[in-house]
Design a binder for this molecule. Structure first.
Ligand code: FES
Ligand code: FES
Length: 151
């Protein structure tokens, strides 16, 4: 079945089964490999994208649920004001270690900053709790979010 989805401001026709996860479509059909597959079960956050600005686990989001919603991925998040601040702070604080979780971390952090420009520690903990980092970059992630909020 053909679906028309809007990703990073552009419309795309994709011919897949309706229950195909958005993550599969992004990576395997559209070639946008910045969004990562971690667990496939909504447990790790590696696959986080924004749907209408809300951080969403693309591994469990079927393509037939997208409709006319706006999907934003790591490839375009730097074009948003909050995304640009977060990416700048990530570089300044040298947050990344292996990098595998980091596109998901940045998507969650950007959604937080866009909705709460001056998040508290509790806000940060709450927003980032679903994003797992096996390299343990959590302290730098928190510092970078605080830097982005003050920039
Ligand atoms: S791959 Fe989607 S939450 Fe882990
Ligand atoms: S930087 Fe390696 S898993 Fe997070």
């Amino acid at each position: 079945m053909t679906f028309v989805i809007k990703v990073n401001g552009s419309g795309h026709n994709v011919d897949v089964d309706g229950d195909t996860p958005l993550l599969w479509v992004l990576r395997d059909v559209l070639g946008m490999t910045g969004t990562k597959f971690g667990c496939g079960m909504a447990l790790c956050g590696a696959c986080t994208v924004h749907i209408n600005g809300e951080p969403t686990r693309s591994c469990i989001t079927p393509i037939d649920s997208i409709g006319k919603s706006e999907v934003t991925t790591i490839e375009a998040i730097g074009k948003t004001p909050a995304g640009a601040k977060i990416q700048r702070a990530w570089l300044d604080r040298e947050v990344v270690q292996c990098g595998y979780c980091q596109s998901g971390q940045i998507m969650s952090a950007t959604a937080l900053l866009a909705s709460k420009p001056h998040p508290t520690d509790a806000d940060i903990d709450n927003a980032m709790a679903g994003n797992i980092c096996r390299c343990g970059t959590y302290v730098r992630i928190r510092e970078a979010i605080k830097q982005a909020a003050s920039s």
